[in-house]
Design a protein around this ligand. Structure first.
Ligand code: D8T
Ligand code: MG
Length: 416
């Protein structure tokens, strides 16, 4: 069974997505997600110019060999563009292998280890009353774990807060104005936001105290610090949130320097999650071996596909570190479906982020996974269980969109 065709599909149903569709000589098709938020066309070009020509005529069943061929064969290793491209090929080949076997993909990964994936949703509000409404709405929809983000006094808009993101121009179409957070704006250049770490550190513990007082001690709560803190600031935040028993504190500090997490770890028992911008097992090496984190955040889409991410999870499992897969709307339904199949099978599943795609996205990506009682689940359809609607995609061409950038009050560039 040879690879006969590989198409790079770029469309913007609600937001931009890059999808790879591989077709075999027997006419079986497989899908892979290659979406890299704000840098989509770089991945599309990498695939079109340098990967697709190498795929034609290869044995579609040789997934690991193809992975190694594209990883080692590029000579230039790692990086988000390369690894998203490899991820798309890898995912599409797993989709094909499972379709040929007539089985849902999770069966090929070892079979079901659980009834479904516990997910967390994104509650947010500029102020507490709006946040509480958002939490209640999520609870009514069945969510059993919730991420909390709020506005910060003195800052006009803050990441993770739906109402403030949508107050700027160009919010994603089809999203709920109040509660659905979509940070990539359809602008020719990124929107600029302002940040004040001291104001943030003063404000956040009171938010969690208020949420615990209102919703009680049981509900698992998460929070994302979005790479904005120094190690000692992160340590302080972790300590100050200990009374509120977080499920995790995410991306407290940029982790190009993995050792930075050691200092945070020494100061707090608040569980730590990191890795949504990582792309290989090497980015986690120190974090995993020295047990500096509790959850691995990489998605299938950005960490070399099912093959790449499963290798990271297996390594993490040796150290009792669990999965906490990134699931924003810029991971396409193909990438989410891949995460669901992998999450059903692995022994060290932790939690899955689930932001819900806009209705427009589902016009192009027809999915069969379900969300019921707070759990995501794969269908029994062979493969990933996702199909791509070319006609709907053609009506929604790519439109430049970028994540915001961030400056401190004095105008210095900061991490967004
Ligand atoms: O944990 C999350 O879902 C966020 O960090 C988003 O991935 C980020 O804002 C880019 O969309
Ligand atoms: Mg995050």
């Amino acid at each position: 069974m040879l690879i006969e065709k590989a198409e790079v599909l770029v469309a913007s149903p609600g937001r931009n997505f890059v999808t790879l569709r591989i077709t075999t000589s027997d006419g079986v098709t497989g899908l892979g997600d290659a979406t890299l938020n704000g840098r989509e066309l770089a991945v599309a070009a990498y695939l079109r110019e340098h990967v697709v020509p190498l795929l034609i005529g290869r044995d579609a069943q040789r997934i690991e060999d193809t992975w190694q061929y594209l990883y080692r064969g590029a000579y230039w290793r790692r990086g988000p563009v390369t690894m998203a491209s490899i991820a798309a090929v890898d995912t599409a080949l797993w989709d094909i292998k499972a379709k040929v076997a007539g089985l849902p993909l999770y069966q090929l990964l070892g079979g079901r280890s659980r009834e479904g994936l516990l997910v967390y949703g994104h509650a947010s509000g500029a102020e507490l009353p709006e946040l509480f409404d958002s939490i209640r709405e999520h609870l009514e929809e069945g969510y059993r774990a919730i991420r909390i983000q709020t506005g910060i006094p003195g800052l006009p808009s803050v990441y993770g807060v739906a109402s403030s993101a949508n107050a700027a121009t160009g919010s994603a179409e089809g999203t709920d104005e109040r509660y659905d957070y979509e940070p990539a704006r359809r602008n020719a250049v990124p929107v600029e936001e302002t940040w004040d770490t001291r104001a943030y550190l003063r404000h956040i513990p009171g938010v969690f105290e208020a949420v615990r007082n209102e919703f009680g001690p049981e509900l698992p709560l998460l929070h994302d610090a979005h790479h904005r803190l120094t190690p000692i600031q992160a340590a302080k935040l972790g300590k100050s949130l200990e009374p509120y028993d977080l499920f995790w504190l995410e991306d407290v500090t940029p982790a190009e320097n993995q050792d930075a997490l050691r200092l945070v770890r020494q100061h707090t028992t608040t569980p730590l999650a990191i890795g949504e911008v990582f792309n290989t097992i090497w980015d986690y090496k120190t974090l995993i071996e020295d047990q500096l984190i509790d959850y691995v955040r990489s998605p299938v889409t950005h960490a070399g596909g099912i093959t790449g991410l499963k290798r990271i999870f297996d390594y993490a499992s040796v150290y009792q570190i669990k999965s906490g897969v990134h699931g924003p709307t810029d991971v396409s339904p193909v990438g989410l479906a891949a995460a669901i199949h992998l999450g059903l099978a692995i022994p060290n599943f932790g939690i899955q982020e689930y932001m819900r795609h806009a209705p427009a996205t589902h016009d192009v990506f027809h999915t069969t996974y379900s969300f019921e009682g707070g759990l995501l689940n794969a269908s029994e359809e062979p493969g990933l269980g996702v199909s791509y609607d070319d006609e709907a995609a053609a009506a929604r061409p790519y439109e430049a969109a970028y994540l915001p950038v961030n400056r401190l009050l004095d105008g210095s560039m900061h991490d967004w």
